[in-house]
Design a protein around this ligand. Sequence first.
Ligand SMILES: Cc1cc2nc3c(=O)[nH]c(=O)nc-3n(C[C@H](O)[C@H](O)[C@H](O)COP(=O)(O)O)c2cc1C
Length: 266
Amino acid sequence: MSDDKTVLGLVGSPNKQGRTNQLVSAALEGAAQAGAPVELIHLADHVVQPCRDCLPWVCQSNLKCSFPDEAFELLSGKLLSCGALALGSPVYWWDVSGLVKYLMLKMFRVHARGGPLNGLPALGLAIAGGTGNGLISGLRPVYHFLQILQMRPLAPVPATRFDFDQALARAREQGAALAGQRNQRQPFASVAERLSAYDRLPYLGLDRFQERRLLAGLVCAALPPEAGLSQGLARAEALRAAGDSLAALEEIGRVYDAGVELFEKL
Ligand SMILES: Cc1cc2nc3c(=O)[nH]c(=O)nc-3n(C[C@H](O)[C@H](O)[C@H](O)COP(=O)(O)O)c2cc1C
């Protein structure tokens, strides 16, 4: 079919063989198995130059950066012509990588006003592959990007080294879902409709205790049941329910630390 749209996967890590690549590749595997043409691009091969915030703001009307930037030309062209997007970032200091950030900022500057990606089905993936801290906060800038560019979001895939195989499986499923939506873009009719769709996504609204609780839970789930950390999880939750958020965070931190110590010995 000549108008069959591609599912585009962008890998935002400088490490081409790393976990971000594995996650994005898993999403594309799922998409390919569901019948979609797929394309994977490493942002490390196309490093976008920082937006210079130049004035007058001509790029929003001529849709082109005023400075030579072959990487941006290529990547924005791919984004504008694909049928669905899987964007993966490594988590660096609870945030996205610079490779991802520079692409996002220039896309905002050139294309946010025109909204050419309204309704594009899109999936965000992030791997907090060290401590696991930032497994959710690292996803938020990705979904902020998707939201500002008005893409139609699929539920995010957070990943850590404690649940990496499960995350790969979820990435495959979400990739198949992207494939199913790639040829029928559903633009948002209003800002309210769009914001409501983003508000309904899982994970992104977690507060700091809930994010730490999720992480501690993933560590505990990777341990044998006899590790005996479930009481600590319950204590932390009870403290939180009683309104003592400092004590709750301290307790969940103790559970996490104990869990990681055991995990390292597995
Ligand atoms: C500068 C830097 C900051 C990092 N910060 C975090 C972090 O906040 N949380 C975390 O879990 N891992 C962190 N890591 C570890 C990476 O998330 C981990 O190595 C991940 O696997 C990188 O993705 P990649 O394998 O695709 O390169 C950091 C790594 C680097 C290089």
